[in-house]
Write a protein that binds this ligand. Sequence first.
Ligand SMILES: Nc1ncnc2c1ncn2[C@@H]1O[C@H](COP(=O)(O)OP(=O)(O)OP(=O)(O)O)[C@@H](O)[C@H]1O
Length: 140
Amino acid sequence: MAIERTLSIIKPDATRRNLTGKINAKFEDAGLRIVAQKRIHLSPAQAGKFYEVHKDRPFYGELVEFMASEPVVVQVLEGENAIAKNREVMGATNPANADAGTIRKEFALSVGENSVHGSDAPETAKEEIAFFFSGLELVG
Ligand SMILES: Nc1ncnc2c1ncn2[C@@H]1O[C@H](COP(=O)(O)OP(=O)(O)OP(=O)(O)O)[C@@H](O)[C@H]1O
C-alpha cells in the first residue's frame, strides 16, 4: 500500500474545548504523521467555498456558519492508506453511529458539530490540501 496524504480539519467544537492534542494523539497512535498544521479562522465565504459540494444539502447554511464561527486547525496527515485510515479513526458522521474509540464517538457533540473533517478520496484529498497549504508549507 502506497504512502498517502489526506486533509484533516479539527472543527470549531473541538478547538473550542482544547481537544486538538487529544485528537492529534489518536491520529499518531493510528500511524498517521502530522506533516503540516495551522490554526486559522475561516471567513463564511472561505467555508462556503470549501463545502461547495454540499451547497444543495439542507444543512449547508448551518455547516458554513459553524465552520466560520471560531478557529479551526487544518492539517495534512501522512501514512499508509491515510485517507481510509483517517476516516476509520474519525468514525461515522453521526456520533450516535460511531464505533467505540473513534474521535467522533469520544468527542463529537452532534451530527453537525462532529469535531473533525477528513478527505474521502485521493482526488478530493489533493484538492483539499491545495485549498489550505502551499507547496512551501509541505515537506516532500
Ligand atoms: N444532517 C446533518 N445536519 C447538520 N450537519 C450535517 C448533517 N449531515 C452532515 N452534516 C455536516 O456536514 C459535514 C459533511 O457531511 P458528509 O455527509 O460529507 O459527512 P462526512 O463525509 O462524514 O464528513 P466530512 O466531509 O466533514 O468528513 C459533516 O461532517 C457534518 O459536519
